[in-house]
Every structure is written in C-alpha cells, then in structure tokens.
Ligand binder design. Structure first.
Ligand code: ARG
Length: 483
C-alpha cells in the first residue's frame, strides 16, 4: 500500500481517478529515464521559485529554509548515484518533489505553489540548454583555433582549388582551412543569438493562464541569470506562449544542424584528401580503423561517421519542427517529445566538435607539453595536383587583359593555348615562348612568373583572396577574435 501521495499516480492526481495506469501506459507516458538529466536545472529553478515565494510572503521563511535543506540533500544523493528514480513518478519534476516532501514534509508540498509542471519543464529545458550552449561555444572556439594553427603552418602550401570538383585555380592550403573557420565563426554567432532567446523565464506562466499569487517573476529571472546584455530580467510576456513555446529548441537544433553540415563538408574533404588518389593529408591512426579483410586499409571512420551523424542531427530538427506543427495552445504532452532529440543533438554535436578539434589540431600532452595527433600535410602531393589541370589558365587570360585584350577574347585565346598544351601533354608554363607568342604576340618572358603557382596566388591580393599576404592578415584577425 502506498504511503506517499505520489507512489501511485492514480492517487497523485487525487480522487478523480478510479483505476491505476497500466504498466504499458506508465512506460509510454513516463519521461524520467531521459529527463532526469535535467535534475540540476530542476533543483536550481525550484530553489529560485521558493526563494521568491518566501520573499513575497507566499510561503514562510522556515519553509524556504526546509526546502533548501532538502534540496541540498537531494543534490548530493543524485550526484552520488544514490537517488532512487521511480518510473511511477513519471518525470524528473515529480521524482524530486516527492523526495523533497519525504524529507521535509509540508514545506515540500508548498514548493509547487503558483507553479505548474508546464512552466517548470519549460524553465528547466531552457536552463539546461543555456549551459550546453555555453559549452558548445567553447568547443567551437577550440575547433577554430585548431584550424587556425594548422593554417598558420601552411600558408605557402599550395593545392588545387576546385569548382565542380574539377581543378580550377591554385589556392593556399591555409586559405582553404580558413574557409571552415568562417563557417564555424558564423555558427558561434548563431548559437550566441539562440542563447538570447533561450535565456527567458517562463516560470510564472503556471499551467497556462498565469497565477493568482503575487509572484515576482523578475526576481526569479535575476536569480537564475535570465537577464539580457544590459542586466535586465527576461521573462515571457504571455503565459500561453510561455508554457508552450519550443522555438528556442528548434532554433538551437537548426544551428546545430548547420554546424554539422559544415563538419560534414569538412569530413568529405578529409575523406577525399586521404584517398590514395589525392594523398594530400593523413589523419592520426587513432581516428582511423583497419579493415577486417583487407590488410592494407586505413579507413577514415571518424570523418565518415561525422558525415553520417549529420543526418541524425538534421533528422532531429525535422522531428522537433514537426512536433510543434498542429499543436493548439497551450501545453500538450507532445512537448515531452522535445527532450530526446534535443539531448541527442547536444551529445552528438559536442562529441563531434571535440573529436574534430583534436583530429585537426592534435592534442597537447599535459605532462610533456608535446603535441600529437593532428593532420599531416603532404605539400608535395598538393603541389603536384595543382600543376595538373591548367590551374593557372585564368592567370594567362588576366595577363592578356593587362596587355590590352578584352577579357572575352583573352578567354578564347587561352582556350586555344590550353588545347595545344593538352595535346602536347604539358602545362601552359611548359610551352616555349615562341609557341605562346603564336596565340598573342604581346606575350613576353614575364608570362612564366604569371603562370607559376606562386605567381597565381600572389596576384590575388584582395581582401578575402588567397594571396599569402592576405591569408596572413586573416590569421592575425582570427587570432585576435578567438583570443
Ligand atoms: N514531463 C513533462 C514534459 O516533459 C512535464 C510537463 C508535464 N505537464 C503536464 N501537464 N502533464 O513535458
């Protein structure tokens, strides 16, 4: 027989229920085995609520003290793995509240005054996600730093840049890596923006309509650090929206999806670059695996998995956005389904960012100070590839334009020169001067500098261009920005 009011849910909801839930329905509706990860946010939110209730004279100071004491014990029980989570108590909120009441009696029963699980869960998820966003911000900085480190060592390393995966123009390898730094810096901006809308307090919306108690919502917001850049408390301004809004979770998952898409693009490049046909880079063995049948293989499992996991995170975005579609105001139990996709998105993204920072930049051994891991760059293979495919053909066209030809004519002239070089099996830079002059008499000896890989890079000396002097400026800018 049950001694606790929450031991059996049919009793928890009082006299209205004539029969207990079936075991299957209990399991179907319970969320405790995944939402227990919100426990810290739940306790923190409850304490802020209780502190305000006492300050407003809604509960006694002695009740607040008892709640504090009980919550301190619950905190250590959970931390120590000694807390008994009960499926019968459905979710993290009821589990903690029931234990509190068991520990401190009536004071525990007063905690839920002026509050509903609807505004409670919305608050918990926001508090939890806010701290995860902060961690993700740090991980994005680490990854950008790793890319900038490798870029700095490879400013003068030249590889073919591609369009349509066909050799297009030579670029600095550093320039190529810094393209990803741009993507990850935009991702960081997006997370910072999502954080602003996540960091708003729904508590005080109660079930849906607000509450009859004289709550000081702004006090709770201040206690929980839910303030804007100017330190002003941020509380939801409509109770119906407050309990049911999950936009922040969707926005977060959208930002995470885009970050994963960037990771996935980088993965695809690493996979190509590691293939024998490119052989541009190697990643440390600890990020690869062998084949069970082919003894020679070293497979780029980590980039491949990251590419695969991108689908999973984008899937969560689809799941969450579809979850909201068709929900009338206000709270509906559908919203309980927001947690697993959100949790898995956070876990997947954090692991991926961590692993990529190490795979790209290596890791410093704290004992020896030595760096290991990180990508190994095969500059010779990159250079050889850049010398194929007439990567400097545009440079020849630009050269002719400077000699007075209209660009379209120069383009056509170079196409003829490429045809001849291709027939002879040589690069444009390997055609003798007299042969080049047959295409245009203005071509002089200085053309060979223009046709060189270095000449091609140096010529692109414009903001955002691949000239090493520009790339070095970008590295300086990123270093200042990343601190
Ligand atoms: N476990 C629930 C959730 O995650 C908490 C809110 C329950 N509210 C309710 N009215 N049943 O959404």
């Amino acid at each position: 027989m049950s001694h606790n009011q929450f031991d059996n849910k049919s009793q928890a909801w009082s006299a209205l229920f004539s029969e207990p839930m079936s075991e299957l329905v209990k399991r179907y509706t319970a969320s405790v085995f995944f939402d227990k990860r919100l426990w810290q946010a739940d306790i923190t939110g409850s304490l802020a609520h209780a502190e305000m209730l006492a300050a407003q004279g809604i509960i006694a100071a002695t009740d607040y003290a008892a709640i504090q004491k009980g919550m301190t014990q619950i905190w250590s029980e959970i931390e120590a793995g000694a807390f008994e989570w009960k499926l019968d108590l459905e979710d993290v909120h009821l589990n903690i509240e029931a234990r509190l009441t068991q520990l401190v009696g009536d004071a525990g029963k007063r905690l839920h005054t002026g509050r509903s699980r609807n505004d409670q869960v919305a608050t918990d998820v926001r508090l939890w996600l806010r701290s995860e966003i902060d961690l993700i911000g740090g991980l994005l900085t680490d990854l950008q730093r790793a890319l900038v480190d490798v870029a700095e060592q490879n400013v003068d390393v030249i590889l073919p840049g591609f369009t349509h995966l066909q050799v297009a123009q030579p670029v600095s390898f550093a320039h190529h890596l810094l393209a990803y730094v741009e993507m990850f810096s935009r991702d960081a901006e997006r997370f910072a923006d999502v954080r602003r809308r996540t960091n708003r307090l729904p508590l005080g919306s109660a079930a849906l309509a607000g509450t009859t108690y004289p709550l000081d919502r702004e006090r709770v917001a201040r206690t929980l650090g839910m303030v804007d850049d100017a330190g002003q408390p941020q509380v939801s301004q409509n109770s119906l929206d407050g309990v049911s809004d999950r936009d922040f979770a969707i926005e977060f998952t959208a930002a995470a999806s885009l970050t994963m898409v960037h990771i996935s693009r980088l993965s695809e490049e690493l996979i190509l670059w590691m293939s024998q046909n490119f052989a541009f880079v190697k990643i440390a063995d600890r990020f690869t695996t062998g084949s069970s049948i082919m003894p020679q293989k070293k497979n780029p499992d980590v980039p491949e998995l990251a590419r695969g996991k991108t689908g999973r995170v984008v899937g969560h975005l689809m799941g969450l956005i579809t979850l909201m579609k068709g929900q009338p105001l206000a709270y509906n139990k559908d919203n309980q389904e927001d947690k697993e996709p959100l949790f898995d998105t956070v876990d997947t993204l954090k692991d991926t960012l961590r692993i990529f920072a190490e795979m790209i930049g290596g890791q410093v051994n704290p004992a020896t100070g030595e760096k290991s891991g990180g990508i190994t760059v095969n500059a010779a293979a990159m250079r050889a590839a850049a010398q194929k495919g007439f990567a400097t053909a545009t440079d020849l066209a630009d050269y002719l334009v400077k000699k007075g030809l209209p660009f379209r004519d120069a383009h056509e002239t170079v196409a003829h020169a490429v045809k001849v070089a291709s027939d002879r099996g040589v690069d444009l830079s390997e055609l003798p001067l007299d042969v080049l002059q047959q295409f245009n008499p203005h071509i002089a000896d200085d053309v060979y500098q223009v046709l060189s890989l270095e000449g091609s890079l140096n010529a692109r000396n414009v903001i955002g261009g691949t000239a090493p002097v520009q790339v070095r400026q970008q590295i300086t800018r990123h270093r200042q920005r990343l601190g």
